[in-house]
Design a protein around this ligand. Structure first.
Ligand SMILES: Nc1ncnc2c1ncn2[C@@H]1O[C@H](COP(=O)(O)OP(=O)(O)OP(=O)(O)O)[C@@H](O)[C@H]1O
Length: 213
């Protein structure tokens, strides 16, 4: 699935002047398989961009198309199917269930599409050095540990695009690199792309494209 932006401007940001490099108001396409970074300072619209792209909000002018279909035309059922099979998301506030264990949080998503065995999920936790947290409620994990769980949860479904809103904001560089490697491997396995927003960090990763706000 390719994503096309045609002069999109979120209504709350429409009264503000945007630089010539800004994606707001411009037309461009994100092609399946591309690895994209959006780096912008606080309040510039990273969350607005990711939520708009994922159909979580629709207060924008212009057009967004997935392949040839305008996303404002999708029914709730079509969105449910897209979110199950084509678009996965790491929210800035993670949206884990704090009372549920890591296992339960992961399986809630994973079992919808029967993507990974428990053994594979545990291996992914091990790759991010949180394998001892399998039976621990998410609410008592550190923020960086919760981010790693949210990343693994987002990988536990099929997708064409993984959209991540500041997914490494509580991680040190070593854990960021481990997470990026896991994300990259999974994206390559699926021939999928990802969009990652950051707050000024310069991750050492070979992104195909950088977007500006
Ligand atoms: N629904 C809304 N109505 C009005 N203004 C909004 C709405 N949503 C976001 N904004 C404004 O749009 C701007 C961009 O917000 P957004 O959360 O997208 O920024 P951000 O780049 O993700 O910030 P941060 O890095 O601090 O998370 C802010 O000024 C915010 O107040």
């Amino acid at each position: 699935m390719n994503i096309h932006f045609d002069k999109v401007i979120p209504i709350p940001l429409s009264g503000i002047s945007h630089s010539a490099q800004s994606i707001w108001g411009s037309s461009f396409s994100l092609n399946k398989g591309e690895k994209v970074m959006l780096n912008a300072s606080s309040g510039k619209g990273k969350t607005t961009f990711t939520h708009t792209l994922a159909g979580i909000r629709n207060d924008f002018n212009g057009k967004i198309r997935f392949d040839e279909k305008e996303i404002t035309s999708f029914s709730p059922t079509a969105w449910a199917d897209l979110r199950k099979n084509k678009i996965s998301f790491v929210f800035q506030d993670l949206q884990l269930f704090p009372q549920l264990t890591v296992e339960e949080n992961l399986q809630l998503k994973n079992q919808l599409t029967d993507t990974f065995s428990a053994k594979t999920l545990k291996e992914m936790l091990k790759a991010l050095e949180i394998e001892d947290k399998w039976k621990v409620p998410c609410g008592i994990l550190s923020m960086g540990q919760q981010q790693r769980v949210a990343i693994i949860r987002a990988l536990s479904q099929p997708f064409d695009w993984l959209i991540m809103d500041e997914p490494f904001s509580h991680l040190d560089e070593e854990n960021t690199q481990r997470s990026l490697q896991l994300i990259d491997e999974r994206a390559n396995q699926l021939n999928a792309g990802f969009v990652l927003t950051t707050l000024g960090e310069d991750h050492s990763f070979n992104f195909n494209r950088t977007l500006n706000l």
